[in-house]
Design a protein around this ligand. Sequence first.
Ligand code: NAD
Length: 481
Amino acid sequence: MLRHQNFINGKWVDGKEGWLDIEDPATGEIIGRQALGNGDDINAAVAAARQCASRGELAAMRPVERGRMVKAIGEYILEHKDEIAPILTLEAGKPLWEADIEVAGSARYFEYYGNQAETLEGRSIPLGDGYIDFTALEPYGVSAQIIPWNYPLEMAARSISTALTAGNACVVKSPELDPLTHDFLARAADAVGLPAGALNIVCGYGEVAGAALAAHKDVNQIVFTGSVETGASVATAAAKNIVPCVLELGGKSAAIVHDDADIERVLSSVRWGIFFHAGQVCSALSRLVVHESRHDEVVDAVAELARSINVAPGSELAEFGDNMGPMISQKQRDRAEALCIEAVQQGAKTVAGGHKLNRPGWFFEPTVFDDVTADMNIANKEVFGPVLSVQRFRNDDEAIQIANASEYGLVGGVFTKDSERAIKAAKQLRAGQIFVNEWYAGGVETPFGGYGKSGYGREKGREALYNYVQTKNIAIALKGE
Ligand code: NAD
């Protein structure tokens, strides 16, 4: 049985609310206990971060030194990959090979941002002979980060690496369903010699610890990753304190498959796009918008792909392949099933899956719906499960119109051999990032964030760094001759 504490001011501490049971989504059995924090724990964590920011050690460091420390956190994570990945599989349900990818991806954030610490530069602004003027990019001070359960380690790494690189002290609110790997982030902070209070990690319920953090008067900047509803309440709390926030929210993203698309590329993208982590990915490929001339062929192929996926406990899936673990919780799994039942009632045609598996754990069948139309809920609501909807179009304009008929706008894709057509579609699609002929093309280097209800601000890429600094202008009047 795993037993994990919270980490405040460089020390391991119990939570004021006792302990939270953490279950294995593959069995429903309890596999660990996590210290459960409340508003008092958040107060202590923010106070520690504030003291750290006020002492100014991080901000005063030569950036190259701070960057080396950030990179060392990533190295620590990679060195402990074989310990971290099985825990991630146990608490989040994902196949072991997917957990390996998440651990490596988490480490990569620290490498990428650590490398950029010394590139955060101001500029000089000419004001004529009587003045010298320059800008400085300063950290906000205390950065609060509220993390979702789907990529608990990676989403935390994404924000922490950037915040620390810019010289902020962090308070992380871990997701209550799978907080256990956050231990390793705290251990890494300790191992690389971050000052006490530079990284504080508290697990607690969202409406208790999360809400307390979002509304805390001593927090200077907030990064929230999660659902639209919670994002709105976090943004409201931030607005009351006049604090900027980044919102990374959900999606209902569409890939347009033109008549000249390469079917192998489409299939590979569907495999990764909707069945990776059982579809519990904000940027999942949840809608396939297919030209009528290719419709039957594509539907047959994706249905066959869905049926070929081996659904099993993540701990049994060590090797990369067409396999998938359970969903995170009974609640999420039952919600996915309810949306599928409703889709059929509204006229969608099931061509694969559609039901939970009759076995212990929160397993759901890889699912494909055909004949989905814009008025159906399945075309509009984020399922956050392994459920693909197929919609059909007759001409390019209609394809764009279907793809853009979503209040979300996180990512979008287009599959065609015609590069002009691809560029035109990329410009017309209303989303923060567009994939041409390969879903998830890009990486830590490429800015990521939403249009519309998918949020605002960007994580990843160089853009993200600027969310964690504020600009100060310094104008110096020179003595006259
Ligand atoms: P969620 O909104 O329920 O929870 C996210 C986090 O917010 C959790 O840590 C939770 O404890 C906390 N929280 C809950 N209520 C809160 C409140 N009132 N105040 C402050 N914090 C609160 O989301 P989830 O179910 O954990 O994650 C799934 C959602 O996250 C999906 O919609 C998915 O698309 C989105 N997501 C987006 C991205 C992205 O980068 N755009 C990445 C991953 C997940």
